[in-house]
Design a protein around this ligand. Structure first.
Ligand code: NAD
Length: 241
């Protein structure tokens, strides 16, 4: 098996949650990481880690930081894992046009800009984009049309880019996490509500950031050499049940 883990990785949204777990996983296996976030973690330091502040929806800044990436990483990145995103749940009637634009700007435009700039600097490797199970199932109790639609755009983007970039040796996939144990989810729900949420899940528990990071790093690795244009659900069976 070709289990080559990526050696030079760009991770966005790396200061928190899933992005942080991806960056730490790549560093732990001896890789070098360029960690990009709107708010980098000033207290975070590790051998092989470089951090840069950037808004993924800011074209000029993302172009600038990605053009510096090969020099910062000591060579062309072999993987870009794009985790930065905003998560908003609101009923349709309460969703303002500004909130719709925010989801589309950060999640949609951000994924487009990061993918475009990644494709300019990766010689051969992988792009992993973060979608969400929200793309694949409506939810009456926790409605979020702007978020769901922005995450659906990422599934389509990964399919299209896989076709467009495959000839250049670049694979593109999406990961769709389900209910992951982050402050975002646990702060808004009591332990009893969390138990109710997971009672009917095949996995019977929330996912961890490491569950999601493992899938991202697998897709970024040589082990996934024949996987492109797909969306991997890391959801404990949510979409299947
Ligand atoms: P998180 O809030 O813990 O981390 C997101 C990071 O992205 C933060 O550090 C934040 O500063 C950064 N960020 C936000 N906007 C940015 C911007 N414009 N430019 C640069 N950085 C920006 O979130 P998470 O739970 O780790 O989620 C990571 C990804 O996974 C997101 O795309 C999210 O939509 C997706 N996701 C998460 C869950 C979940 O249950 N946590 C479920 C499905 C999908």
């Amino acid at each position: 098996l070709n289990s080559t883990l990526p050696r030079r990785v760009v991770v966005t949204g790396a200061a928190s949650g899933i992005g942080r777990a991806v960056a730490e996983g790549a560093l732990a296996s001896g890789g070098r990481v360029l960690a990009i976030d709107l708010h980098p973690d000033a207290a975070w330091d590790a051998p092989g880690l470089v951090q840069r502040a950037a808004d993924v929806s800011d074209e000029a800044r993302i172009t600038e930081v990605f053009s510096q990436a090969p020099a910062l990483l000591g060579g062309a990145p072999d993987a870009v894992v794009h985790c930065a995103g905003v998560y908003r749940w609101k009923a349709l009637a309460e969703t303002s046009a500004e909130e719709w634009d925010l989801s589309m700007r950060v999640n949609g435009r951000g994924s487009f800009l990061v993918s475009r700039e990644a494709s300019r600097i990766i010689d051969e490797g992988a792009i992993v984009l973060l979608s969400s199970v929200a793309y694949g199932r409506g939810d009456e109790t926790e409605p979020g049309s702007a978020y769901a639609a922005s995450k659906g755009a990422i599934v389509s983007l990964a399919q299209q880019l896989a076709a467009e970039l495959g000839g250049r040796g670049i694979r593109v996939n999406a990961v769709a996490p389900g209910m992951i144990d982050t402050p975002m989810l646990t702060l808004g729900n009591t332990p009893r509500a969390v138990e109710a949420l997971t009672a009917h899940l095949p996995a019977r528990r929330l996912g961890t950031v490491d569950d999601v990071a493992a899938a991202c790093l697998f897709l970024a690795s040589g082990s996934a050499a024949y996987i492109t244009g797909t969306t991997v659900h890391v959801d404990g069976g949510y979409l299947a049940s």
